[in-house]
Write a protein of this length. Structure first.
Length: 455
């Protein structure tokens, strides 16, 4: 379709008439009219009225390599001309799927050597559930089928992903939850830590896992799943004591540890994976988003030797897969994306240079009257807007405050997302220090506008 000479109003009208948006109140969107994004380059987007917007969210935490990389477009085009599609079900494979498998085994933590491909983070998480439950079946312990997750976790939007996630508003819709899933407290010190130090609270939050395992019965628990840093929950960084204690508990009860790396993976925290940043040794890892920098849909589950060897030896056919598992064009783009990130030292730069600079500059916001804590690693950060900084008192309706701030950003050339009362940033990993300065200026300006609105 030729987009030239068509107007914002034209697209808004089509959208209003026919398009149901994800995670959107359609009635209120239709009243306002949606913004039409027409092009992008580097860390910037442009809308159909010609406004330039700094994308502080890298799309949806995914355009790690930034917009406009011709190498990725060429990789997709080459592959589409040669072999646009073939399945990996029936004793066939394709070259990009094999090469990407090898590359992923190389860059992921030790012991993760096999990969199962899917198309979205949600499908990867569904695949985790299928793999984990099948593993315990073939190990002769079919009753080990409970998976423990956390309140305010996000693991996707399919029935399984939304059930596994800990978002109450999602559970309240569409007849969720799926059976065999338990939720424990999240490690959110600022909100729930009370008088405990962050270290004490980290241990307490992790020990909630042990308590739940004992309540459910250790012989029934298959796995624990967690995002190294909770992303959609508001970029909640656990205290340093948290992950080592979770790891200890999983080992004690012989429970599989699953890291959901859909946001933290592919350089976001300054290492290739969040598991490295936090010293986690996962048995399985779900990943998506930054894998192809969002240029084409692709996701995967990395499967550790313990689970993979057992399934290969004992499972027979595993009745699971997607038409587009190992899609050749998506795999070719993911390979090129990872190659560029490696060759250009993008992850190293986030670890050593831009990540520390971003985090240092953002900490300046702790002096802002609205801001409680600022936390993050590499190029992902979250900050909470509070009623009283001294007492850590939160706003009664945090979402309203978050939305006020988000709208000011939106109207002032910045995409910053609100997760309730937490404002989150996750910009493209190619961001320069000068661009970080520009981002900071915009963030400060929009926080001031928000504070003014709140009186
Ligand atoms: N897991 C985590 C940790 C995520 O952040 C997300 C999406 O944000 C998902 C799973 C689901 O991914 P998708 O939206 O690609 O299905």
């Amino acid at each position: 379709m030729n987009h030239i000479n068509k107007s914002t109003e034209y697209w808004q009208e089509l959208d209003r008439a026919h398009h149901l948006h994800p995670f959107t109140d359609t009635k209120s969107l239709n009243e306002k009219g949606t913004r039409v994004i027409t092009k992008a380059d580097g860390i910037y987007l442009w809308d159909s009225d010609g406004n330039r917007v700094l994308d502080g969210m890298a799309g949806l935490w995914c355009v790690n390599i930034g917009y406009g990389r011709k190498e990725l477009v060429d990789a997709a085009q080459r592959q589409m001309m040669e072999l646009p599609y073939y399945n990996t079900f029936f004793q066939t494979t394709n070259a990009p799927a094999t090469e990407l498998s090898q590359l992923l085994a190389e860059i992921t933590p030790e012991g993760l050597n096999r990969v199962f491909f899917a198309n979205s983070g949600s499908e990867a998480v569904d695949t985790v559930i299928r793999l984990v439950r099948r593993y315990w079946q073939v190990e002769g312990q079919p009753d080990r089928n409970v998976i423990i997750s956390r309140n305010n976790a996000y693991h996707g939007s399919t029935v399984a992903g939304a059930s596994l996630g800990g978002m109450d508003p999602m559970h309240e819709q569409s007849g969720l939850m799926m059976p065999g899933i338990e939720h424990i407290m999240q490690p959110y010190w600022y909100k729930d830590g009370g008088d405990l130090s962050p270290e004490e609270f980290g241990l307490k939050a992790a020990q909630a896992l042990e308590e739940r395992i004992l309540e459910v019965g250790p012989e029934k628990v298959a796995a624990f799943i967690g995002e190294p840093i909770q992303g959609a929950g508001g970029v909640i960084v656990p205290p340093e004591t948290y992950w080592p204690e979770i790891q200890r508990i999983c080992e004690k009860y012989n429970i599989l540890l699953v890291a959901d790396e859909v946001i933290c993976g592919f350089g976001r925290t300054g290492n290739w994976f969040g598991s490295e940043t936090f010293g986690i040794k996962p048995d399985l890892m779900s990943m998506a988003k930054g894998m192809s920098s969002g240029y084409l849909p692709i996701s995967a589950v990395m499967v550790g030797d313990r689970v993979a060897d057992s399934l290969i030896e004992k499972s027979g056919e595993f009745y699971h897969g997607y038409t587009y598992s190992g899609h050749p064009a998506s795999c070719a783009v993911a390979i090129e994306n990872i190659r560029l990130m490696r060759d250009e030292g993008i992850v190293d730069r986030v670890r050593d240079e831009t990540g520390p600079y971003f985090q240092k500059r953002l900490r300046e916001l702790e002096d802002h009257p609205l801001i409680g804590e600022v936390v993050g690693y590499g190029l992902v950060a979250g900050m909470v807007m509070v009623k009283n900084k001294e007492t850590r008192e939160l706003f009664e309706n945090g979402s309203e405050v978050g939305n006020i701030c988000r709208d000011h950003c939106f109207n002032n050339g910045l995409i910053m997302r609100a997760c309730g009362d937490r404002m989150v940033l996750s910009p493209p990993l190619v961001m320069t220090k000068a661009e970080i300065d520009e981002l900071l200026e915009k963030v400060k300006y929009c926080l001031d506008l928000t504070a003014k609105d709140l009186g």
